[in-house]
Design a binder for this molecule. Structure first.
Ligand SMILES: [Zn+2]
Length: 448
């Protein structure tokens, strides 16, 4: 669906052509409205859905063809009513070594004209920083005078220089509309979360974002299991039908060891559970990002060394020396030191009589008394003290008693309140329903 990346700058339609297109799209939509339903259901019946593929939720693929077909009928009409459209357009691609003056020369436009345009100041300054491959479009009138100049600054913005009624140049920036299409991805975790994300067609940034959304509920480093799964509704951004980048994650669902956790983005940009509870909590489940942890996921031994957890009252994260170690929650550093047993170690005192401890660091980044925020790097993973190999030894104490940081019940962060909460719950429900429906459909299609 994103395979046909058409060259955007190659043919920017003049405003009249744009008008024709707009009109014809409108006509096409009116003409074809009844059959749209049919084509939508046909495509969902015939296209076998596969796990690990990205699915577009919208099916306006035929718009382009419709547009072109309808546009031919309107061309004549447009030419009659819009005489200015008789501009001769020359499209020049910037070559290595080209400067603005050489492009104007190639387009048979005088250097005086170029200077007049540059005299407009900041608005046309961007023309002095052209890159090879970019395109300038020169629109000349019958007398060969430059009437309009267009330059696609990027996929979204085009600089348009034209003449006003007095014949003076004016510059404006035309911004294209970004269309946010909602897409769905889902995958079952077989080898690792990262691989499952890639298989599902997610970008690196989306995978990290997903881990971030659920990082207060799930220890991505140690607690994922084969058979865990996730589904994501996210936005993909399109301009003129071309994919230009990923947008926000709208909602996601994670199934971890039988527990289902759902997150929906609120208008404040943060994620909440469908009942309005915050995804954000006072403590991260893991003080190490999952991508560093080598024993992240071992398909042959699905249960990490839990036996040792109890034996030494902590959790071990095996990762390369130098891996950043994050403060699990906001707090104050009470210890930052070295001894033969712990090696380099940092202790943090948090609210609610909670203490977290980080041992065997190769490096400490914090001092005693220092205030620290959740996610701040307090040091680097190492192999100092009495250890058999590089790892982080992490402890979580509540009222002086060791607790398992990955399962301990934590105080709830402030949920959404009042009308805000009501509004969120009402809008989240259909989104979660959509997510679950899509997942069910996908499962049904891939079931043996
Ligand atoms: Zn340990």
């Amino acid at each position: 669906m994103m395979g046909s990346m058409r060259q955007l700058v190659a043919k920017i339609p003049s405003k009249h052509r744009a008008l024709i297109l707009a009109v014809s799209v409108g006509m096409a939509i009116v003409l074809l409205l009844p059959s749209e339903q049919a084509s939508a259901s046909r495509s969902s019946n015939n296209n076998a859905l596969e796990v690990g593929k990205r699915y577009s939720l919208d099916i306006p693929q035929s718009e382009q063809q419709l547009t072109e077909a309808a546009a031919t009928d309107l061309n004549v009409l447009a030419l009659e009513t819009e005489p200015e459209d008789l501009l001769q357009w020359a499209s020049l691609q910037v070559q290595r070594g080209d400067v603005l003056s050489s492009l104007f020369r190639k387009a048979n436009v005088s250097q005086q004209t170029m200077l007049a345009i540059l005299d407009l100041g900041d608005s046309t300054k961007t023309l002095t920083k052209l890159f090879p491959g970019e395109t300038l479009e020169f629109g000349l009138n019958e007398q060969g005078e430059l009437t309009e100049l267009r330059y696609a600054i990027n996929k979204l913005k085009t600089l348009r220089v034209s003449r006003d009624l007095q014949g003076q140049f004016v510059a404006e920036e035309l911004e294209k509309e970004v269309e946010h299409r909602q897409q769905f991805a889902s995958a079952e975790i077989k080898s690792s979360f990262w691989n499952a994300g890639i298989e599902a067609g997610l970008s690196d940034a989306q995978i990290m974002k997903l881990a971030g959304i659920f990082g207060w509920d799930i220890d991505f480093a140690l607690d994922l299991r084969a058979g865990d799964s996730f589904s994501v509704l996210y936005e993909a951004n399109y301009v003129d039908g071309d994919f230009v980048g990923y947008g926000t994650i709208v909602a996601a669902q994670f199934q971890n060891q039988g527990q289902v956790i759902q997150a929906v983005q609120h208008s404040d940009g943060n994620y909440y559970k469908p009942d309005g509870a915050s995804m954000r909590q006072a403590f991260l489940r893991a003080p190490v990002s999952f991508q560093y942890v080598s024993s992240n996921f071992n398909p042959r031994r699905l249960h990490p060394v839990l036996g040792t957890v109890r034996a030494h009252n902590g959790v071990d994260y095996v990762a390369p020396v130098g891996t950043p170690i994050m403060a699990a929650g906001d707090g104050r550093v009470t210890h930052s030191g070295y001894n033969n047993l712990n090696g380099n170690y940092v202790f943090i005192q948090h609210a609610n009589n909670i203490v977290t401890k980080y041992l065997h660091l190769s490096r400490r980044n914090v001092k005693v008394g220092q205030r620290i925020k959740q996610g701040d790097t307090l040091g680097r993973l190492g192999a100092t003290g009495r250890v058999t190999g590089a790892h982080l030894h992490y402890e979580f104490l509540l009222n002086g008693v060791h607790r398992n940081p990955r399962t301990v019940k934590l105080p709830q962060a402030t949920p959404l309140q009042g009308a805000d909460r009501e509004l969120f719950i009402a809008s989240a429900a259909p989104i979660v329903a959509e997510l679950q429906t899509k997942e069910r459909v996908l499962l049904a299609r891939t079931a043996p």
